[in-house]
Each structure stands twice: as C-alpha cells, then as structure tokens.
Design a protein around this ligand. Structure first.
Ligand code: TMP
Length: 209
C-alpha cells in the first residue's frame, strides 16, 4: 500500500542538505505509488514566495517580531491553501522547514519569547502537527561553509547572521528534540547524501508503510 495522508517535515541549519534529501524522498515515495507534494517554507503559495524574497534579501529591514509574524503568516496561508486540502485528499506532504524553524530561528536565534512563537504557530496551523520531522544536524561552521559554496559566496539575510546565531539555532533544535523525541529523527548531516537518504527512507518505511 502506498503511504498516504502524512506530513513529513525536514529541518536543520543552513547547508544541511534538506532540499536534496526532500527531492530524493519524494522520488522514492512516488516510485512506491504515493501522491507527493513538495513544499518549502517560506513559499509554496504566491504570498509565501513573495515574502521569501523579502525575508531573505540582505537589505530588508525587518524587526524580529515582524519577522516571526511574517513566517507565521506565510505558514497560515500554506496550511489553508495547500497542506490541509492535500492531506485530506491523501497526499504525502513533504515540507522543507515548518513550525520548528520559527522556534529555532526566531526564539532560539533571535531570542523572542517561546510562548509567543508557539501561539503564532498555533494560529497558523491549528491542530496540525508533522507526523515525522527529520532533523539534519550539522555544525554551523560546516553548514555555513557549504551554503556559501552553493551560493557562490553571496550570503542571504540569515546566513549573514554569523556562527553564534546559528549555534543558538542548533541548540534550540536539540531542545525541541528532547521535548518531543517521538516526532523527530535526528541524522548526522556531515555524511554522504546517499547514506542519509537511505536512513530517511528506512525511517519513513518503518513508521508509515
Ligand atoms: P532556506 O530555504 O534556505 O532554508 O531559507 C529559509 C531561511 O529562512 C533560512 O535561513 C531559515 C529562515 N527561516 C526562519 O528564520 N524562520 C522560519 O520560520 C522559516 C520557515 C525559515
């Protein structure tokens, strides 16, 4: 039986390889007969893609509180317009970043109140939670180096925040895993993409097949 009606999210710092792994997982699920929707945050709707440019552009002046609300607004639109209908129709939804990114970056990284971020996430998603979250864990110095190579040395607004910021993001992800160990699978992202995609595939099979 193909896997159906699941929300699987990929999380991690910069340069962790989320989009590569999302593509590989989507291809394997599709080969098994699942209907798969590939999404990224911010993005996936006209509103989200417009805000993505604004949020990532190095010159954008955005207060941390406004930034958190903009990510939540994009998520609210994505859930209402795309994710909820797709899950109801039996698709597997793969999302590159979701609620945990806002906790890790805007609370862990920026230092905003965790409860306020959770409230914004609840407003955006209602009762919807990921069925599985893959955390691709990588030391920020490695990740930022990889992202810089990928982007030919041009940092976006978040990459430019430097290593200390990204260490707080990583610590916040680790705290989330301790709070909800059953939802997460943590994988060391400093290994070959083939090995990582095998482990993700086994995890998905073990949970849902
Ligand atoms: P990415 O697609 O390259 O991961 O870019 C998205 C950037 O936005 C990344 O630096 C993480 C950041 N981000 C947040 O700070 N909070 C969020 O809620 C989300 C979804 C992304």
């Amino acid at each position: 039986m193909p896997i159906a009606g699941k929300l699987i999210t990929l999380e991690g710092g910069e340069g962790a390889g989320k989009s590569t792994q999302l593509t590989r997982l989507a291809e394997r699920l599709e080969a098994g007969g699942s209907r798969v929707l590939r999404l990224r945050e911010p993005g996936g709707t006209p509103l989200g893609e417009t805000m993505r440019d604004v949020l990532k552009r190095p010159g954008s002046v955005i207060a941390p509180e406004a930034e958190a609300l903009l990510f939540a607004a994009c998520r609210a639109q994505l859930v209402a317009e795309v994710i909820a209908p797709a899950l109801a129709a039996g698709a597997v939804v793969l999302c590159d970043r979701f609620i945990d990114s806002t906790v890790a970056y805007q609370s862990g990284g920026r230092g905003l109140d965790r409860a306020a971020i959770e409230a914004a996430n609840r407003l955006a998603c209602g009762a919807l939670r990921p069925h599985l979250t893959i955390l691709l864990d990588l030391d920020p110095s490695r990740g930022l180096g990889r992202a810089s190579l990928r982007d030919h040395g041009r940092s976006d607004r978040f990459e430019a925040l430097g290593e200390e910021f990204h260490r707080r993001v990583r610590a916040s992800y680790h705290a989330l895993v301790r709070e909800e160990p059953a939802r997460f699978r943590v994988l060391d992202a400093d290994r070959s993409p083939d090995l990582i995609s095998e482990e993700i595939w086994h995890e998905v099979q073990a949970r849902f097949a």
